[in-house]
Ligand binder design. Sequence first.
Ligand code: ADP
Ligand code: MG
Length: 446
Amino acid sequence: MLKSVKSRLTVLFLAVMAILLGLFCGSLYLWVRRTLDRRLDQELLLQTQLFQEHYLSQQDKSGARLAADLETGLAPTGSKAYVARADGEVLYATQGRVLPTDRKHFRLRIDGADYRGRASRVRTARGEVAIAVAVSEAEMQGQLREVLLYFAIFVPVMLLLSWIAGLLFVGRTLHPLERIRRQAEQISRTSLAERVPEPEVGTEFKRLARTFNEMLERLERAFEDLQNFAADAAHELRTPLANLRAELETSLQSPQPVSDPVLSSLAEEIDRMNRIVTDLLTLAKLDLRQYALRRERVCLAPIVAEVCETWQPMAAERKIDLGVGDCAEAAIDGDPVALRRVLMNLTENAVKYNREGGRVTLSLRGGNGSVTLEIADTGPGIPPEHLPLLFRRFYRVDKARSRETGGAGLGLAICKSFVEAHEGKIEVASEVGKGTTFTVTLPAAG
Ligand SMILES: Nc1ncnc2c1ncn2[C@@H]1O[C@H](COP(=O)(O)OP(=O)(O)O)[C@@H](O)[C@H]1O
Ligand SMILES: [Mg+2]
């Protein structure tokens, strides 16, 4: 019951309407009753004065004539009157009814009808008399009943109309939501490119549709990445496999036994595949958060020095000046193996994708609760359109040339995953013809 927003809003609308109507009708009824009440009081006062005057002008008449006269005077008003002397002698009583004279205002029931009256003392030539006059409340009560009857018809009709209006209004307001829902129902993995319509009115619904579409966009991209990733992985593994097969076939067809160079070439291809598969496994484990990252205090300066030393021979071969610039005493909480891997990959890239006689500088800076590692080279740089895609898996700027140098394009993806697993970030800045700088920022050890 009342599970849907539509019925909830409608009931709420109806409840508010009922309260407002109740307040309106209640206050109107009270106001009408007060007005009628006052009018009846004025009427009573007038009737009392008229009767007193009438009585005073007729008091000399004999009992029976006086009564008949007074009766005729009162008949058209329907009021009752009573006159008594202080000693209790009744001088006049309409239809023989005794009215109270001991209090100024009184109420009583006569023949099942309500009356209200006033009593007063009047001096006459024959001494003081008490005069009481009562007027019927029947007309006032009748009018009040009419007002109530009107409300009894008016309120349900108004509530019914508000209910219908509420249903229509809420239905119309929620219509865009239903459209978004219907469209969203249609979206499946094969139609991720579809978007839900953005309604023209209703900022909230527009925002909802936009957020939903943005989410679809991200999903679509992630799905695309996943598909590309599978295709790229298959492609990358197929090349070394094809090479292996070709070399094996040639060896099988040749009558000579398999030579050492052929065997070492085969081993090289197997190494290549092994590297790709190991890298893929590392990435998959990081994605699934199954990579057991150690958390310990790691001083970065020795790692920087060690990495520099590792790549020194390759740098020397290409006459590249590889060295350490700033080297602050900085430590972080993390996994030393993962961090060494990050630095190794970035330094390898800086040396590999450099020009002969270039320079590679590693710097380590600390401060403001973070540690910054910078690997700057004087290589050919990376064109700006490649920069946003650089950290994607299997992404290489120059596919042909990189294949020669041996990478599959997973190095930077692994760096990014490792750095993010340490709550850090990795950025790249590059200028074509001048060089590239990778910056890794990590939270400093607490
Ligand atoms: N320092 C650099 N200077 C120029 N290009 C770079 C640099 N580092 C990386 N790249 C480009 O980014 C691509 C991806 O790098 P990476 O993920 O390490 O893959 P790999 O080194 O296996 O090719 C490289 O193929 C290269 O084109
Ligand atoms: Mg690399």
